[in-house]
Design a protein around this ligand. Sequence first.
Ligand code: CTP
Ligand code: CA
Length: 229
Amino acid sequence: IGILNPDTVFTGKKFLITAGPTQEAIDPVRYISNHSSGRMGISLAERAAEKGAKVTLVLGPTALKPKPHPNIETISVVTALEMFNATKTHHTESQVVIFCAAVADYRSEKPSDQKIKKKENALNISLIKNPDIAKTLGENKKQGQVHVGFALETDEGLGSAERKLNEKNFDFVVLNSLLDPEAGFQKNTNQVTILSKGKKKIKTPVLTKDKLATQILDRIASILENQKY
Ligand code: CTP
Ligand code: CA
């Protein structure tokens, strides 16, 4: 049995983290998006960098930024397609991939190049599906790579989280249920359930997002350590 030392396990390891929302233009002044602040993914990037990992953070539009650190390279993106391209580019070289972004599932089929004028009655906008970044890259997971996902649900969410764990080929998934008053968007704290393939699920206490990031990284460290034996 090896002695677990997350502070050396990560040294020089490449991490790829998606974070924040994406924005999908409807016209030059309007877009579809969500309430993600990016805080969880930014915290993961900062903690991993402090532990010696080389982090590529693919960050959607948000007011927050990681604290400058020589081990963090931030790639700013706006749309899901931009996030997909940036993430694909860095996927193969990464040992750990964390899909923290709240990617918009749909985009306007044909964004208008002029501001859409108010109609007499209802307005219909045709939406098409964005690529599923985690699922696509999960299908191309490299030997020894660790993929971590997040699931945000407005109900209890265990069934959907389990499905996402399997469909997207995650090593584990962090389930945020908005039923928990401490969890979710724009909050500093989180209480989550962690589901892993073939392991018992774990419910964490209410934690700050920084503490939760540390717990997630400890779990990744133990997966990396176990690969050695
Ligand atoms: N995800 C992704 N690309 C997408 C949608 C989701 O990479 N286009 C990732 C998220 O970053 C997260 C996981 O997939 O790690 C689950 O996202 P979520 O929105 O909860 O799941 P969906 O599969 O989109 O299902 P739904 O929104 O219907 O619950
Ligand atoms: Ca979604």
